[in-house]
Design a protein around this ligand. Sequence first.
Ligand SMILES: [Zn+2]
Ligand SMILES: [Zn+2]
Length: 213
Amino acid sequence: MARPAVGAALRRCAECGGYEYSGGAACSVCRELVDGIVESEWSAFLREWDADRDQEAALAAMVVSEPDRHDWRVVDAALDRLGCSACGERLGRGPVGCSGCDLAHGFRYAAIETDRPGVPPGNEHAVRVNVSVVRRPHATSDREALARRLTLPLVLVGFLPSTEEAQRLSALVKSSSTAEATRLVERAIEETVARGHVGVWGAPGKFISSGHE
Ligand SMILES: [Zn+2]
Ligand SMILES: [Zn+2]
């Protein structure tokens, strides 16, 4: 399974107990699900090019040289297949301050982000930023990484936090322990899902439907 469909019901992860995709690096099931978002698109890309696994590195180098011509998942998968000449890690996922990785990480945002039908504009960008942070958590503060992984399941099914909601959640995550933040964000997610339709995720009472039903 590549990723949940727009409007799909959220499911609990059997390993970490949170919503699927939200467990971060500590949960092997969630980690594989998140990697699968990127990997399934790469497999499709290989099939499209009729490429063998031994041609992957050459294809990856080509993709990374022109990130603005490929879907973000293909670019992220390509980066994973290349080593950083400066630190030896997978390109773009090395330590903060590695010039090779910082440069590659910046270029990944030139990639194409295509919103799925029925989602508020910018949802795909939110998905890609959250996935990027979840897969490279050491490059951001632990509170930011927590907020990104906890909200990933909701953006995957098509919601988009409004600026206000994103700020409210970020403040809530910063002021709470990890367990408390998890509980509060999950409650916010439940309230949003209970309102029923995919759209912009606003403060209570200010939910704005995307108009696509
Ligand atoms: Zn999990
Ligand atoms: Zn590096």
